[in-house]
Design a protein around this ligand. Structure first.
Ligand SMILES: [Cu+2]
Length: 594
């Protein structure tokens, strides 16, 4: 070894030592892949899948210098990367060392019904002390994740990444990859968080408008407009600051299990193409993700190849995944900045050429406000009201539209109006007009001066969707009483519905979802794909989770090809707990078919 090499080695060693001592407080909780900064090289995929063992237990962990009680998988949060290979069989032994039942659900995976892992729907759950073996053929590839489907365990760290290497080469190239799993951590008992929301739905929402805001509105909009705006919000029992139910007041946002202070770092060599597998494994938090100085090329959404699209930022709903490729240059660092939707905090990572480097961290942007469009009100200065009846409420909102003029330009077209059914006492708001919002970048990103990913950008590469007509159409409304923290579909909580939504085996169902509430809901169907009708026809993308914006009307098509009972729910954990959950039953396959 030459002297030069020795000195480099020694320098490298000191750099690593420095980084690890900085991270020392976090080593106890972070999984191996979070501490290994060199990424995973491509084309070194494991061909044989060894059997995987996962051990679930309760542990005291250190997050940002503070002790918390977590549910760990093999001693870490998130759990280890479960890496499978398309075409092989997954064999995963899960041992429960908790003092309560647990489960693992493989999010986005097509598998036999009894392997889906939803207690009470597809299996009884895993009892304390028991080991349950999941065994299923792996029929797809891409970035996914896994998590508990028992109570609110997911909020305590019971989740991890699931990566499936494809049988055939992917239609894009890269040199190295990293998982970036974004989550929200609270030191509170998640059951208490839920109890607080039930008691006071805005418990964590400290970003209320103030008297100062009121007087500023009056000076800007005039007294009449301000008052009618306030009255409209009051009648809807909502507040324009309802962006997130649970906020940075209790949450520490994590990247690969590490708080911003630990600054998770992935190393690159200048010119390398880096694949980042973003997974939003949060209980309740949407993120806006950007890497200042780098364009991101989105190549997969929910594990599915899409036509590459270059963006500066994307919003990632709870439970979605996006794979992007970046091409960092120079001997420098870049900040991976994942800002929570309500801008109450952020998760953070760094791409750098050496350990210990960091780049400037952007300031949190101004918190967004809900708009009249989110409330499902027509905006008569932009909407063509021809052929639409005006009612009393329309007249009232006339005076308030100027306030939101910049948003108006980008808001989607009105595509529907609400029928007479207001969905009963469990629903306080009704989107009077429903819009096509698939071309909108999401709350708070309407006015940014760079390119943001929108749902209409997603064009499938893998599958050409045949134009077979749906056999049946179902309309489902997303409903809620925000004041009492009740969440439901069509005004009925899961505990109130009589039975599953029946699908016939082999039929194609067109499911139209209408969001009557003023929040985004990431809607997830187990066991089958939802093909999002985003106007791309035979290139409409497949998704496992679709974020439905406030007052939005959108349609998905589902081929009912998986017999059994499957969960269908909002992936905001506390919305699901509060009742935004249904079971879809696909009738057993007929003799001689399939
Ligand atoms: Cu929801």
């Amino acid at each position: 070894m030459s002297i030069e090499n020795k000195s480099i080695t020694r320098r490298r060693f000191l750099q690593y030592a420095g980084t690890f001592s900085m991270m020392a407080g976090f080593v106890g909780i972070a999984p191996a892949y979070a501490l290994q900064q060199n990424g995973i090289k491509t084309n070194k995929h494991v061909e044989t899948i060894p059997e995987i063992n996962l051990l679930i237990r309760k542990e005291t962990i250190d997050i940002g210098g503070r002790d918390g009680t977590a549910i760990t998988l093999n001693g870490s949060i998130p759990g280890p990367i479960v890496r499978l290979k398309e075409g092989k069989e997954a064999v995963i032994h899960v041992t429960n060392e908790l003092d309560e039942d647990t489960s693992i659900h493989w999010h986005g995976i097509l598998l036999p019904n009894d392997m889906d892992g939803v207690p009470g729907v597809t299996f009884p759950g895993i009892k304390p002390g028991e080991t349950f073996t999941y065994r299923y053929p792996v029929k797809q590839s891409g970035t996914y994740w896994y998590h508990s489907h028992s109570g609110v365990q997911e909020q305590s760290g019971h989740y991890g990444p699931l990566i499936i290497d494809p049988a055939e080469p992917e239609p894009f190239e890269y040199d190295k990859e990293y998982v970036v799993m974004l989550t929200d951590w609270t030191f509170e008992d998640p059951k208490k968080v839920f109890a607080k929301l039930k008691k006071m739905s805005d418990y964590y929402n400290f970003q209320k408008r103030t008297v100062g805001d009121f007087f500023r509105d009056i000076s800007q909009k005039g007294f009449g407009a301000t008052m009618s705006d306030r009255l409209a919000w009051g009648r809807m029992r909502m507040s324009p600051t309802d962006i997130a139910d649970v906020t940075g007041h209790t949450y520490t946002y994590l990247a690969n299990g590490l708080p911003p202070s630990a600054n998770w770092t992935g190393l690159f060599k200048p010119g390398e193409r880096i694949r980042l597998r973003f997974i939003n494994g949060s209980a309740m938090s949407y993120f806006n993700v950007r890497i200042p100085g780098l364009k991101m090329t989105v190549v997969q959404a929910d594990g599915q190849n899409v036509k590459p699209v270059k963006v500066d930022e994307f919003q990632i709903a709870v439970a979605e995944t996006f794979d992007v490729i970046v091409n960092p240059e120079g001997d420098r660092a870049y900040t991976i900045f994942a800002e929570s939707l309500d801008r109450s905090g952020y998760a953070l990572g760094t791409l750098a050429t050496q350990p210990g480097m960091s780049a400037p961290v952007p300031a949190l942007r101004e918190r967004p406000l809900r708009t009249m469009i989110d409330m499902g009100m027509p905006m008569e200065n932009m909407d063509n009201m021809k052929g639409m009846e005006m009612d009393d409420r329309d007249t009232e909102t006339k005076t308030t539209h100027n306030h939101h003029s910049s948003m108006n330009m980008k808001a989607g077209e009105i595509v529907g109006r609400h029928g007479p059914d207001h969905h009963g006492p469990g629903n306080t708001s009704v989107a009077m007009v429903q819009r096509d919002r698939l071309g909108e970048p999401g709350t708070g990103l309407e006015d940014v001066d760079h390119r943001v990913l929108v749902y209409t950008d997603l064009r499938s590469l893998d599958q050409k969707y045949d134009k077979k007509k749906p056999d049946r159409e179902i309309e489902l409304h997303l409903t809620g009483n925000m004041e009492h923290y009740m969440w439901s579909f069509d005004g009925e909580k899961f505990s109130e519905v009589k039975g599953p939504i029946p699908f016939k085996y082999g039929e194609r169902v067109r499911l139209t979802m209408v969001n009557d509430t003023m929040m985004e809901h990431p809607i997830h169907l187990h066991g089958m794909w939802m093909v999002l009708d985003n106007g791309n026809g035979e290139y409409n993308p497949r998704k496992h989770t679709i974020s439905v914006k406030p007052a939005e009307r959108l349609s998905v098509e589902i081929d009912a090809d998986a017999p059994g009972n499957w969960a269908f729910h909002c992936h905001l954990l506390y919305h699901m707990e509060a009742g935004m959950f249904r079971v879809v039953n696909v009738s057993p396959r007929k003799e001689g078919i399939g």
